[in-house]
Design a protein around this ligand. Sequence first.
Ligand SMILES: [Zn+2]
Length: 693
Amino acid sequence: MDIHTPLKQYFGYDTYRPLQEDIIRTVLDGDDALVIMPTGGGKSVCFQIPALLFDGLTIIISPLIALMKDQVDGLKANGVSAAYYNSSQEGNEQQAILERVYSGQLKLLYVAPESLALLSQVLSERYVSCIAVDEAHCISSWGHDFRPSYQQLGYLKQTMPNTPIIALTATADKATREDIVNQLSIPRAKWFVSSFDRPNIQLDVRPGVDRMKRIVSFLKANSGESGIIYCLSRKLTEQVASKLAALGFDCAAYHAGLSNEERTAVQEDFVNDRTKIVCATVAFGMGIDKSNVRFVLHYNLPKNIEGYYQEIGRGGRDGLPAKAVLFHSFADVVQLRKFAEGAENETVQLAKLERMQQFAEATSCRRKTLLSYFGEELLHDCGNCDVCLNPPQWIDGTIIAQKALSAVYRAQEQEGLNAIVDVLRGARNAHVLSRGLDQLKTYGMGRDISWLDWQNYMVQLINQGLLEVAFHKNSVLELTPSARKVLFEQQPVRLTVPQRREEVKAKKSKEPRSQSANEGLFEHLRKIRLALAQERGIPPYLIFNDATLKEMEANPPRTRTAMLGISGVGQRKMEEFGDLFLQEINDYLNLLTGKKDTALKSLELFEQGLTVEEIAEERAIKSVTVISHLCKCYLDGKPVDLRQFVSDKDLERIRALRPLLDNTMQLKPYYEALNQQVPYEHIRIALTLLARE
Ligand SMILES: [Zn+2]
């Protein structure tokens, strides 16, 4: 069966991504499939293409009504017959959908598991060709997002034994995967596990010092882009949002404390590019299908790697470069530990937090660390994370370590990290004095190292297992057995040089800005798209996504055939928007070349027989400018009759003056030498003529 034509015709793409083709053929052959694919990896196509090729209906079971609506809108925009069915619809609306099923017109029907019961007449092999279970991890109590309503789905296979079932999810560990297959009664399902790598997302982890300042400079460097800033608490989302708003950034706060209406408004404004930045708790993002999120910042350390991966995965779904920047501090860890304490699965939560902390403190490729968590091995360093881009510099840290450990030892393991740094730095604050810490032998022994660097070294010592944080005792620092080897047996310690803030900045400004010959076309098309979207009341990406517009900028199509060759331009979108975008591209590029070759335009008119004054009037520029255009063209080797503008006498006088004036091309010395008798334009023309002799 030809599975490429519908991909091109409806979605505008020439090729499938890895695994998609195999999955589609499996389903078309009538076999069941389990698909584990990260968000943004192209899961939906795996059931949408078979749905278009099957005679009957494909039912998609999905947990979120918001997500269903987005998917259906996207399909309709591509000319696909799709609908969703839920309890919020009017009876006649539901009836109309059923009619389309019975008459075989409808290809895809999205439904929440709770509403399946309402569709009992439809659920037979007479109408249904395929069933897709999206977010399939919800079926398993092992999964992180268990939904009891998913557990009734096992009967589907019993009712329709010959209908292929495709189960899809973005996160599922091994136990969850097996559970999905068992509960759906699809033991012979073929498994497709795709890579979790999202190479277009740049991973960056930074210490949480001066977060606000760093975020502001990041936002300035990425102005106009859409992004999310995740914060640990509701209060923090509002604080960060109001600070940024005061600085003129277009942003909103989002958290569970807002009313339903407020949350929907923030979400819709973000999806529709009306709000650029959302400061949110982790409640934000589930069910948001927005392809052009260019950055995801974490103001605090996330509580586990699954969450972090899911959150950064909201960036760059269009495959274009996106940035994930994580700020973390020791205080975040203390706070997160407090949240976890007393929770039902406290041990699991604390262990997951520890893995997260290890990721943040890693001194090797971040992506390797991240993927290994999901059981995937990356053979090479990624080259697109802060460690790869700016490898840590190792130094002999034995003496630094000895000073720090000795301070902990002398403080009798009764002080926290900040107090120990104060002791080393010889600080005279209330805590130090009241506890008599200024009497310790190590007091002031580390004045040569800055406070921030000390803090960084201490964290490294904790991560190297030389110091331990006694979380149950007010987070005081304790020595480990290995610490004693450093203190008493001269065991060497290696540390990395803390990154200077200036260095981080310098690195940032080196980041290449995308340059193209058609500079600005992308931005221009984005504006056109926004206007069209607002006119129609749909999100802009439903017209064309950013990747498609970028391709139009890099490779501007000038014909309909060329337009259809752009990824993301299918038949339906060509009909609806193709001509309009072609026109815009043509106009824009003409304007651009017009700007560049303004001198040539003057020459063109000159060759048509217009005088300098007429050209000036026609083009609304000064005649001096026209003369300079003609001179430029003459110097570029164009045949321009400049001799007519200057008399033989003047030309000879200027020729004679040249050696006396050091052959300068400046006009004023000649003007003065000629007693201000010869106009500047004539001098310029004479010099131009002489320069080419
Ligand atoms: Zn890397």
